[in-house]
Design a protein around this ligand. Sequence first.
Ligand code: PEP
Ligand code: MN
Length: 278
Amino acid sequence: MGAPQPGKTTPLASRKSGQPTTIVSVGDVRFGDRKVVLIGGPCAVEDSEQMSRTAAFVAAAGGSMLRGGAWKPRTNPYDFQGLGKAGLEILAEARKASGLPVVTEVLDPRDVELVAESADMLQIGSRSVQNFPLLREVGASGKPVLLKRGMMTTVAEWLSSAEYVLAAGGSDLVFCERGIRTFETSLRNTLDIGSVAVLKEITHLPVIVDPSHAAGDVRYVTALARAAVAAGADGLLVETHFAPNQALSDGAQSLGPAEFAILAESCRAVARAVDRDL
Ligand code: PEP
Ligand code: MN
């Protein structure tokens, strides 16, 4: 037991002795630098108005990147599955109007090329972390990749998934801790803050945290976000909606504009306390 010793099996993802953190650039945004990157946006892209309003309040709070899913991996097949290609077009529009780079999930290896045309960063969701053909395809696309942790994935397995992306030719990869399943059921998932500290040690790649899917409830998102920054996270991926009670998915964990601004402000104070900024 103990911290994984990944050197031999994951040569590309592991940090070599003395190796500095790799800066992953997405447009003007730099993951792994002194500034903690704040990404905000809805769980799912719903329409143009939603995305333009979101881009405005995310930027006003100090966010530097937009998120939003066009394809949603839903547990139930009858739940809203996302707008698909139309969602990508709305994202591209919001990106152009706001100047904020966008990250969006790609679920199907056959869609990688299409998603790569309009997104700045490709998200691999929790449920896809061991979809090896998909990992190879995003690696070969050359686009920056945001690799979520699977809800049942150990740190060592997660690192191996990153190795698939890098071995296929990808070089810009950011890890995203989003909580795992444990015996504890008071929150949607258990945020493994320890994985942030471990990854910062064993990989040279940046690590961010998604407090939204960990908490599952707006009441706890900001506290988890602050803890993430204190633990050394290089960024935060936060679900926001201008009217959370109207959201088509994950409304219960989505912060409204005012709550998002409060999160940014309080995380900025924590960032400064650990010699960073936000
Ligand atoms: C998401 O980011 O909306 C999402 C589906 O997250 P995860 O893959 O972590 O469940
Ligand atoms: Mn979501």
